[in-house]
Each structure stands twice: as structure tokens, then as C-alpha cells.
Write a protein that binds this ligand. Structure first.
Ligand SMILES: [Zn+2]
Length: 386
């Protein structure tokens, strides 16, 4: 008898969670669609819709166009149930977005840092979060949680940053140091970027996507079968450290000749300095020189494109993705490198894999990872409600 009661309760919660998830997935949905989609009775759907409305999780959003018979009310998630913050902690800046409960972008913000040490960066991060909410006049209590993308490895259990070499951080317990009263989730920035692309960017509804994040290093976020692939120890996608030159330059990982030592932004600047003795140039300045047709810059860009292409070819051969999206500042010179990059990739991939893949440059600017983090937090909130 007792067991039966538990089972009934479980089933009840499961039905309610299914309805909530279906409203989220479809954005706007009628009662009729919910009953058809989930195979539940009209009474069950009506009961749970009423409960979800009372809990402020969903709201009415008009009436479905009549197709004969009774008109059906439409429902959507209640945008102001809570808000999530998605942050991307980069080497010299933080990019943040504020999403409402429906997943729509309400605000975005970017601030540059001159500091690298965690005890200096973390208070700045906290102020950033306060300001992002304040600018959109969102009460502190309306915050459902925050997600932070980091350029490094995230600890499997403690959700701390094990190792973020480009930040110079090791074993930094970011959530504990931020000490916010709502949950904080961490994820590798390339993984977050991949999620950002499938939810907000070019990869909408793509089941197999590789997101190549080109920055100081190269990260790779993988969506496999519509899910983020993290690997056994949440360390998957480290293609930046596959060897492309056996006797090549040493890499910060301890290996030599890694892909990111030949195709990242820092690799680009190193090659440019070797050619010109100009060690002061920044990556945006380098890109500007490329656009102005500067001889040395163009030559370096050609070499980097070649390495970028051969690495992406290996990713394609290994994973057979449906889509590859390249993110990072390099997207600003897409028109200069797209054809030669495609040529390089085509020459080095298996015919079948190449013919089935779409390659493009991110259109999310530098927001892909922040948007992905906001999405992760929303998912966690919905999961906790279910
Ligand atoms: Zn390496």
C-alpha cells in the first residue's frame, strides 16, 4: 500500500515535470498539443497547468488559432519567475548575459580586467554580477543561479576550477570565493560555447557539433547526440593539445608541438613577432593589419589558417560532426581565410565526413560561452523543480 502511494506520487511528479519541460521546449504550447505530445488525459494536463500557474512557473500567452471546435489556450514559461546569469571569464575580461526564465536575453555586459590573481579578479566578478542585475533593475532575490565558463578544467565533484593555466589559476574554489547565496555552476568555456551555439547560434537543433574556441589556447566543445560530451573526468575535447609537430615548440601542457602552439592567437602573435620583431602588437591590431593587406601579417595568417585547417580536419575525421563552428576573434577575418581553410580541411578529411559537414564561424561574437552558461543554469533550475 505504502509502495503504491510512493509510485503514484512519483508518476504525478513525473507528469508535471514532463509538462514543464514540454512548455520549455516548445516555447508556446496549447493544452491540446500537450495532451497529444505527452499522451496524457485532458484532465491531467489541466490539473498540472493550474498548479504550474499557481506556482508562477508558467503563464497564459493567448489563444491558439481556431482549427474548428473549441479554441485552445496557449501557455509559456513565466519569464520573470527567475533570472539566470551566464558569465564567460576570459583572460582579460568577463562577458556576461542575463537570461529570463524563458531563456530570452535581457541584458549583456562586458568588462575588461587588468588583474589576473584570483583574489583580485573574484571581487571584480562579484561587482560585475551586482551591476548586471542592477542595470536591468532585477532584484537580487530574483536571481536563480549563475554559471561561469572558465578557460580550464573544472573539478568533477567540487565544481571548482582545477586548473586554468591561461588565468594562472590552480585549485581555485571560485563558487566558495564568490560566496553568493544562490548556486554557481562552472564549466569549461569551450563546452559552454558549444551549448551557446546549439541554443542561440548557428547550430540550432544540430545533434553533432564541434565548437572550436580559438583564443590564447584552443578549446573544443563537443555536442554528441544532442548532449554535451564531457568525458570520464570532464576533460574531453582537448584537441588543442593534440600533437601536430612532433619536434615542435613546447606547450604549457608539458608536451611539444601541440595544435594550439601553432593555431591559437598567442601562436599567431609569436609567429608575427618572429617575422617582424614586433612583440608589442595585440591580436586585434594583428587582425587589422591583415585586413589592410600588410605583407607579414597576411603571411602569418596564411600559416595559421593552414594549421587551423589541419587540426579541424582531424576533429572531423575523429567525430564525424554535422557542423563545426569556429569561435573567437579570428571570426573577424572570416572573409580572408574561409576559402583557404575549407581547402585545407577538404584535402585532409575523409570524403564522406567532409561532404556531410557544415563549417562556419560563430555569429554570437564573444557571447557564445556566456549564453551557454546561462542555458546550463536554466536547465539545472528546471531539473531541480522536476
Ligand atoms: Zn599542449
Amino acid at each position: 500500500m505504502f509502495k503504491k502511494a510512493i509510485n503514484q506520487e512519483l508518476m504525478r511528479n513525473n507528469n508535471k515535470a514532463q509538462i514543464l519541460r514540454c512548455v520549455k521546449a516548445k516555447q508556446v504550447v496549447s493544452k491540446r498539443e500537450l495532451t497529444e505530445e505527452l499522451g496524457l488525459s485532458t484532465t491531467t494536463v489541466s490539473t498540472f497547468i493550474r498548479e504550474l500557474e499557481e506556482e508562477n512557473l508558467i503563464q497564459n500567452s493567448g489563444v491558439a488559432r481556431s482549427t474548428g471546435g473549441r479554441r485552445s489556450l496557449l501557455y509559456q514559461l513565466k519569464p520573470d519567475y527567475c533570472y539566470t546569469l551566464g558569465l564567460d571569464l576570459k583572460v582579460d575580461r568577463v562577458v556576461g548575459v542575463l537570461l529570463d526564465f524563458k531563456g530570452d536575453i535581457k541584458a549583456e555586459k562586458e568588462v575588461t580586467f587588468l588583474e589576473r590573481d584570483e583574489w583580485k579578479v573574484i571581487p571584480l566578478l562579484k561587482t560585475f554580477i551586482h551591476n548586471l542585475l542592477a542595470e536591468y533593475e532585477i532584484a537580487w532575490s530574483k536571481r536563480g543561479g549563475s554559471g561561469i565558463g572558465i578557460p580550464g578544467v573544472v573539478n568533477n565533484e567540487a565544481e571548482s576550477s582545477d586548473f586554468a593555466p591561461n588565468l594562472g589559476w590552480k585549485n581555485v574554489d571560485l563558487p566558495a570565493m564568490l560566496a553568493l547565496d544562490k548556486p554557481i555552476y562552472l564549466e569549461n568555456e569551450a563546452n559552454a560555447g558549444a551549448l551557446g551555439e546549439v541554443v542561440f547560434g548557428l547550430g540550432k537543433n544540430v545533434g553533432h557539433l564541434a565548437y572550436i574556441s580559438v583564443g590564447m589556447g584552443i578549446g573544443c566543445g563537443l555536442i554528441i547526440d544532442h548532449k554535451l560530451f564531457s568525458g570520464h573526468l570532464r576533460n574531453a575535447g582537448e584537441f588543442g593539445h593534440m600533437t601536430v609537430e612532433p619536434e615542435g615548440f613546447p606547450c604549457r601542457c608539458g608536451n611539444r608541438g601541440c595544435w594550439e602552439v601553432y593555431a591559437s592567437n598567442s601562436a599567431t602573435l609569436r609567429m608575427y613577432a618572429e617575422a617582424t620583431n614586433n612583440e608589442q602588437i595585440t591580436f586585434p591590431e594583428f587582425l587589422r593589419k591583415c585586413q589592410e593587406n600588410d605583407y607579414h601579417a597576411t603571411e602569418v595568417l596564411r600559416t595559421v589558417t593552414k594549421y587551423l585547417g589541419l587540426g579541424i580536419a582531424s576533429v572531423i575525421n575523429a567525430l564525424n560532426p554535422e557542423m563545426v563552428v569556429i569561435g573567437g576573434e579570428i571570426t573577424n577575418v572570416k572573409s580572408l581565410i574561409f576559402n583557404s581553410l575549407l581547402k585545407e580541411i577538404k584535402e585532409r578529411t575523409l570524403e564522406k565526413s567532409f561532404s556531410g559537414v557544415r563549417l562556419d564561424f560563430s555569429q554570437l561574437g564573444n557571447r557564445a560561452a556566456a549564453l551557454g552558461m546561462g542555458t546550463i543554469v536554466l536547465e539545472k533550475i528546471i531539473n531541480a523543480l522536476s
